[in-house]
Design a protein around this ligand. Structure first.
Ligand code: UDX
Length: 449
């Protein structure tokens, strides 16, 4: 049955969730306080790049099932559910997550909350946050509010697909709140029934206590980060021992208990989630007096950051002194098919190279506007051919298809020196070597390959 929902906070998570809710047939009110983001969405445009989502946005706007506004009004009073999707960024100068946007969101919602409406938190939060939110909301509303936690596992680049055909739906429900569980099941019914393409009855709907549901998200992201840092640690060993971390990953990944995903070594993880989530997890575990349980995450973070330094060291090694040398960074986004530059390893390396005196030219098919605004010290060049002109070193930082499919021969004619550091192990190195390139790939020794 179609329901009426509000989605509060329309960043990557909220905008995708709002569109997904409308795709499921629900009536959606999207609420976004930032005037620029709001204006874009009202005009049918996404304020960020996400493949397929803009078409879906256009489609649901045409159905009339989605509207956007800056804050709640009387129409919020008749909503069946309110999804909290505001950001929980890292507090500056600390590892902790800033949950203040969530508290402001429930304060703003309280006057418009009906006694039957269910508030569903989707933001990634330190365990224990939902309990505080329930208390705050109930006190402000003057009745015992319904609040559940419903973490979101979408990845940028496949956000809509992940929302409409998720591996599982997790809902943390306070003991005895059968009403909230019923409403959440109804909202996700089209997915559970198979209407969105998943096999009917095959999407697990996991109901658990609230604290566990908050932990599921941070635990999942911590595990993924650990997996990446594990293979990057193996890359460090491989570099020292003359072994090949890519072959190693392939071999261990064939053990179904290990699995081959998230075993790609390179310059490591970035983005708005993994780095911030492992740090917030360490901070929260400390507050709970069990910091040592996740001490290993400090190493996960350290391995990840060391891989960026490795590229700086390799650049120095190749160029002698990098001061004044022209280095082309291919990619600025934290991963392909995204224009997100938050905590991007590629961008961080470019900035460090520039700090060390290199003339860094940076190219990216989607994120250069953001780079130009934040890093005027980098030479952001839209046209790849001009960007490559006379480069003395090329670094692959983001494995966009465009770069993976470059013609190594003609590309080689543009640069001054045919040396490439493949920070993502993504280039077909035989073809590049055949075209006369020296290919340096992290975690492997291609001279011996
Ligand atoms: C992540 C989680 O995957 C998702 O479930 C959660 O909801 C949000 O955080 P996302 O940040 O979009 O999603 O990116 P993800 O695909 O997980 O990649 C994170 C980073 O790890 C990227 O910088 C990527 O380049 C890097 N990565 C990924 C590796 O270095 N090696 C790998 O094998 C996989």
């Amino acid at each position: 049955m179609a329901m009426k929902v509000t989605v509060i906070g329309l960043g990557y998570l909220g905008a995708t969730h709002a569109v997904a809710m409308a795709e499921l047939g629900h009536q959606v009110i999207g609420i976004e306080a930032d005037p620029q983001k709001l204006a874009a969405l009202q005009a049918g445009k996404l304020p960020f790049y996400e493949p397929g989502l803009d078409e879906a946005l256009t489609r649901v706007i045409e159905t009339g099932r989605i509207t956007f506004q800056p804050d709640h009004n009387e129409s919020s009073r008749t909503a069946d559910a309110h999804f909290l999707c505001v950001g929980t960024p890292q507090v500056s100068g600390s590892y902790a997550a800033d949950t203040s946007y969530l508290f402001s969101a429930v304060d703003a919602l309280a006057p418009y909350l009906s006694e039957t409406a269910v508030v569903a938190g989707k933001s990634t939060v330190p365990v224990g946050t939902a309990k505080e939110l329930i208390n705050r909301l109930s006190a402000a509303a003057g009745f015992s509010a319904h609040l559940v936690w419903n973490p979101e596992f979408l990845r940028e680049g496949t956000a809509l697909e992940d929302s409409l055909r998720p591996d599982r739906i997790v809902v943390g429900v306070p003991a005895g709140d059968a009403h909230s569980e019923r409403v959440m099941r109804e909202i996700y019914e089209p997915i559970l029934n198979g209407d969105t393409g998943s096999a009917a009855g095959q999407t697990p709907f996991l109901v658990m206590d609230v604290a566990t549901s908050e932990l599921v998200k941070v635990a999942a992201n911590s595990f993924l980060a650990t997996k990446i840092s594990f293979i990057n640690a193996m890359a460090e060993i491989s570099e020292a021992a003359g072994a090949d971390a890519v072959a190693l990953a392939e071999a261990i990944g064939m053990d179904a208990r290990i699995g081959s995903q998230f075993l790609r070594n390179g310059i490591g993880f970035g983005g708005g989630c993994l780095p911030k989530d492992i740090r917030a997890f360490m901070a929260r575990a400390d507050e709970l007096g069990v910091g040592s349980a996740v001490d290993f995450l400090a190493d996960v973070d350290a391995v990840n950051l060391r891989r960026r330094q490795r590229v700086l060291d390799l650049a120095n090694q190749e160029l002698g002194d990098i001061a004044g040398k022209k280095i082309l960074m291919l990619g600025a986004a934290f991963k392909p098919d995204s224009d997100d530059i938050r905590d991007s390893p590629a961008l961080d390396i470019a900035v460090q190279l520039a700090k060390a005196g290199a003339k860094v030219v940076i190219h990216d098919p989607m994120s250069l506007a953001g780079v130009m605004a934040k890093h005027p010290e980098l030479d952001s060049v839209q046209d790849l051919t001009s960007a490559a002109q006379d480069a003395e070193l090329v670094v692959l930082g983001t494995e966009w298809k465009l770069y993976r499919e470059l013609d190594a021969n003609s590309f080689g004619e543009l640069v001054a020196n045919k040396t490439v550091i493949d920070g993502r192990n993504a280039l077909p190195y035989h073809a590049w070597q055949d075209a006369g390139w020296k290919v340096i790939a992290l975690g492997r020794n291609l001279e011996n390959a």
